[in-house]
Design a binder for this molecule. Structure first.
Ligand code: IMP
Ligand code: MG
Length: 178
C-alpha cells in the first residue's frame, strides 16, 4: 500500500499529539455536561476511538452512517442516511466526530437533521479540514489540521474502501484514482 502514497502528511506521532490536545480541550469545556460523541461511519472510527481515550470526563458514543461519495473522489451532493442513532440526544451536549470536511455538504445535512432531535448543544470536531473546496458554510468548534486540496487516505480515510488501515494520513497518488 505504501507505494500508492505520494507523501505522508501526518505521521502517527503528529496525529497522537493533536488528538491529546483536542481531548484535553473537550474535557475542560464539556466538564459537567452530558457529552455524547457521534461518529460518522466509517471514516471517523479510528479518530473516534483515539479521541475518546483522551477525554477524561464521562461521555457516551453513538454512530451514524451516511453516504455521499460512492467510490469516486468527488462529492455527489446527495446525502442518504444508512444508519441512524441508537439513542435519543434530546437535552444532551452533542459533538459530531468527523474524519474530514471537504465540501461540507454531508455535515450541513447532518447538523440540520440532528438539530431536529433537540440536543442542548451541537458542535463538530473534525480531524482534517479541507477549506478550499467548501460549498456549504459550517462552523467547526475543534479542528485537528487544515489540509490542502489533495485526496487523502489512511487513519480511517479510504479510497474505494481501501487504505483505512494505514496508521498515518497520506496523499494518494493521482494515478490510482485518475
Ligand atoms: P463533504 O460532504 O464533501 O464534506 O464530504 C465529507 C466526506 O467525504 C468525509 O467525511 C469523507 O468520508 C469523504 N472525503 C472527503 N475528502 C476526502 C479525502 O481526501 N479522502 C477520503 N475521503 C474524503
Ligand atoms: Mg466521513
Amino acid at each position: 500500500m505504501r507505494e500508492d502514497i505520494k507523501e505522508i502528511l501526518m505521521d502517527e506521532n503528529k496525529i497522537r499529539e493533536k488528538i491529546k490536545e483536542l481531548g484535553h480541550n473537550i474535557s475542560e469545556e464539556y466538564n459537567g455536561k452530558e457529552l455524547v460523541l457521534i461518529g460518522v461511519l466509517k471514516g471517523s472510527v479510528m479518530f473516534m476511538s483515539d479521541l475518546m481515550k483522551e477525554i477524561t470526563i464521562p461521555c457516551s458514543m453513538d454512530f451514524m452512517a451516511v453516504s455521499s461519495y460512492g467510490s469516486s473522489t468527488k462529492s455527489s451532493g446527495v446525502v442518504r442516511i444508512l444508519k441512524d442513532l441508537d439513542f435519543e440526544i434530546e437535552g444532551k451536549d452533542v459533538l459530531i466526530v468527523e474524519d474530514i470536511i471537504d465540501s461540507g455538504v454531508t455535515l450541513k445535512y447532518l447538523i440540520e437533521y440532528l438539530n431536529g432531535r433537540k440536543p442542548n448543544s451541537l458542535e463538530i470536531v473534525c480531524l482534517l479540514d479541507k477549506p478550499e473546496r467548501r460549498k456549504a458554510h459550517i462552523d467547526v468548534k475543534y479542528t485537528g489540521f487544515t489540509v490542502p486540496d489533495y485526496f487523502l487516505v489512511g487513519y480511517g480515510l479510504d479510497y474505494a474502501e481501501k487504505y483505512r488501515n494505514l496508521p498515518y494520513i497520506g496523499i494518494l497518488k493521482e494515478e490510482i484514482y485518475k
